[in-house]
Design a protein around this ligand. Structure first.
Ligand code: PMP
Length: 354
């Protein structure tokens, strides 16, 4: 740290993204990307937009907002496109939390939430999960602070039903509830239709997982026009041209091809369920993941050892050192071939353990 850094940011915790190693070719099952490439129309739309890179992009992302609104049956003023859903989470922490409004979220969840709370000096209320890793919606009733819930949750993959989300919304009418739906397309129910009925609901989404665009950095939020106006004000004060021209064009084309992406999501869910039963037959314990990853442990090999042994065999998964989940690994669901290679490597590790 230099002597110039503001004391406000002296002791901040930084987010550590999953590895993107370049030392050799791995089967990458560690950052929940899609195993399928973007559709040809997306590649050509992004390439076409490159011809105008001498010009600033549309700061209002008008076409992309319209395309998003059409897919979800909402009005364009209920949508804000962002530079990856991490950006709208940042905007939401700035817009809806402060020194008197804390933020609550599940203690085991997306690691970016505590980082954002730390960055903005917001009090954190970390709510433990139940023993089976599920979120108990009763823990979120009448909290009187901003609430953020990933649904499905990460890294557990477990999803809440909309009845539970509605209970949380109804019992916290004076606070914003953010439902982070990064993984919803793989098997959970979206709360987007509820944004028409609850003025305190913000749903955040990403193109990184279900729409094969992690590298393009594209996400969006859906909420009532007033919440979107608050978030847009923060966007315009920090990065008015937040979504670049190629990414805006790619997003529009991806929604025009939505059928292809939804069918990719179904393929991922099928591969997930098949891999889960193979792993159960090998003695693994797994949560009932509704996301594009599995959360697993084996009684005969520690989480850290499984991670390290798979890495030696060229397969990268995600291990978290947090004590409550250190026995576990999170494994992204790749293509059927990649998952076959993963299962073979796991069998070798178990065999070598004796
Ligand atoms: N929410 C959750 C729960 C995530 O796991 C991720 C991916 N790291 C994100 C949001 C952010 O995704 P992105 O910024 O790529 O849209």
């Amino acid at each position: 740290m230099s002597r110039f850094r503001s004391s406000r940011f002296g002791g901040i915790e930084v987010y550590v993204p999953g590895e993107q190693p370049r030392d050799k070719k791995y089967i990458k099952l560690n950052t929940n990307e899609s195993p399928y490439p973007p559709s040809p129309a997306v590649l050509s739309a992004a390439g076409g937009a490159a011809w105008n890179l001498n010009l600033y992009c549309d700061p209002t992302a008008r076409r992309l907002r319209a395309a998003t609104a059409e897919v979800f049956g909402v009005e364009p003023e209920c949508v804000l496109p962002v530079n990856g859903s991490d950006e709208i989470l940042d905007f939401a922490f700035m817009a809806f939390c402060d020194s008197s409004t804390a933020v609550a979220y599940p203690e085991t969840s997306y690691g970016f939430y505590p980082v954002l709370a730390g960055l903005h000096g917001i009090e954190k209320r970390e709510i433990p999960l139940k023993k089976d890793f599920s979120v108990d919606c009763r823990d979120y009733l009448g909290l009187g602070c901003t609430i953020v819930i990933a649904n499905p949750n990460a890294p557990t993959g477990l999803a809440l039903g909309l009845e539970d989300i509605e209970k949380i919304l109804r019992s916290n009418p004076d606070n914003v509830v953010v439902v982070d739906e990064a993984y919803v397309d793989f098997g959970a129910e979206s709360a987007i239709p509820l944004t028409k009925h609850y003025g305190n609901l913000l749903v955040t989404r990403t193109f990184s997982k279900s729409h094969s665009l992690a590298g393009a950095r594209l996400g969006f939020g859906v909420a009532c026009p007033e919440l979107i106006a608050d978030l847009t004000a923060i966007k315009d004060c920090t990065n008015p041209y937040n979504v670049n021209a190629m990414t805006q064009a790619a997003g529009v084309a991806a929604f025009e091809d939505n059928g292809i992406y939804m069918s990719n999501c179904r393929a991922v869910a099928e591969t997930r369920d098949k891999t889960a039963s193979e792993l159960r037959a090998l003695g693994f314990e797994l949560t009932d993941s509704k996301a594009n990853f599995l959360f697993l442990r084996h009684p005969a090999v520690s989480g850290g050892e499984l991670y390290a042994r798979l890495r030696e065999k060229g397969i990268l998964v995600r291990h978290f050192s947090k004590p409550s989940i250190e026995d576990y690994n999170r494994v992204t669901v790749g293509s059927p071939d990649e998952m076959e290679a993963f299962i073979s490597a796991v069998k070798e590790v178990l065999h070598e353990k004796g």
